[in-house]
Design a protein around this ligand. Structure first.
Ligand SMILES: [Zn+2]
Length: 344
């Protein structure tokens, strides 16, 4: 089983000339410790939990190359190096048949991914950082946003270092932030699409700000002006329901979603916005549970004469146009049009 490699204050000349050389040198999960001006405090960056999300590792490599000294000590955890290196580079979220590492941060920690997650928690416990940032990319192209499980001004301040949009969600899927939040203010930052140059740039600039600032948590009542999206509900497909994406209804599938549905990402939709076409009753095709565990399907979508519409004005996000992701994860997340949770 692969264990973490620890590297203290690496030299800019020892870490390869590009991110691929960097990861080949690491060759497995690695934890960097970089001494800061104030060595009584520490901040943590976790990245590459998913091997196909390169922005964080690229940003860290670039930052280490700059030989910049951080304001406080920083601990940087680069997790799924092996999955990232599996050819072609940055194409595997995890190795074949392995569990999604960002669903493994709760017992049992029995398999290799569980052991890796447990070791990450152990490293954080050892350093007790004042904040934890877990940096990811989205699979499709799209804007950046932060996610946290708990909202207060600390999280506001932390997220605003990277982005202006914050999703507050208590989904409790076994993600790193679900558990580390109990000990340190933690945010997940989705810097944007995994293939977007803009996302790589935001990752680097955000990381520089995060490491250089003397304070990243706010002690005052500053209004950071974040757009908040609270307790989104996931719209999922029921088992054996078939789905495709096209510009017109496909009779061989239960559901056809419009090809341009992604354009509604983080935008508003109204009850007249045509999302696609569907054959059947809403609850036969979809599952959606609100934070109280009640069925919310008919609060999200309605089917009228074979056409699929939002049930009310909504804001949709993390919309996928990839049927495999829609099946394995969900079609999209939804909140009410003012950003609050969808109530009955
Ligand atoms: Zn991810």
């Amino acid at each position: 089983m692969r264990r973490f490699k620890f590297i203290r204050d690496p030299l800019a000349t020892d870490i390869g000339n590009n991110v691929e050389e960097f990861l080949r040198l690491l060759d497995g999960p690695t934890c960097f410790f970089v001494s800061g001006d104030d060595d009584t405090r520490c901040r943590a960056l976790v990245t590459l939990l998913h091997g196909n999300e390169p922005s964080g590792a690229m940003a860290l490599h670039r930052w280490l190359k700059s030989a910049e000294r951080p304001a406080v000590n920083v601990v940087c955890i680069v997790a799924s190096v092996a999955a990232a290196l599996e050819a072609p580079l940055f194409s595997h979220r995890m190795l074949p048949r392995a569990r999604d590492l960002n669903r493994c941060f709760r017992p049992p920690f029995e398999d290799a991914q569980g052991a890796l997650a447990e070791e990450i928690l152990e490293i954080l416990r050892m350093h007790h950082p004042e904040a934890v940032v877990d940096m990811h990319n989205t699979s499709g192209s799209g804007p950046s946003f932060g996610v946290c499980t708990h909202m207060d001004r600390q999280h506001d301040a932390l997220v605003s270092i990277f982005t202006q949009r914050l999703i507050v969600s208590r989904l409790d899927l076994g993600a790193l932030m679900d558990i580390s939040e109990h000990s340190y203010p933690t945010v997940t930052v989705e810097v944007g699409g995994r293939l977007d140059e803009e996302a790589h740039e935001l990752a680097y600039e955000g990381l520089c700000r995060y490491f250089a600032a003397s304070h990243v948590l706010d002690e005052t009542d500053t209004d950071w002006g974040l757009e908040l999206l609270c307790d989104p509900i996931r719209l999922e497909l029921n088992d054996y329901v078939t789905l495709t994406y096209a510009d017109e209804p496909h009779n061989n599938y239960d559901i056809t979603l419009r090809l341009d549905i992604e354009h509604h990402n983080f935008g508003g939709v109204t009850p007249d916005t045509l999302l696609g076409w569907a054959d059947g009753q809403e609850r036969d095709l979809f599952t959606a549970l609100d934070a109280g565990g009640r069925c919310a399907v008919t609060r999200l979508v309605r089917i009228e004469q074979g056409k699929l519409y939002p049930a009310q004005p909504l804001k949709l996000f993390m919309i996928t146009n990839n049927a495999a992701i829609a099946e394995a994860d969900c079609l999209f997340y939804a909140v009410a049009d003012d950003g609050s949770t969808v109530v009955s």
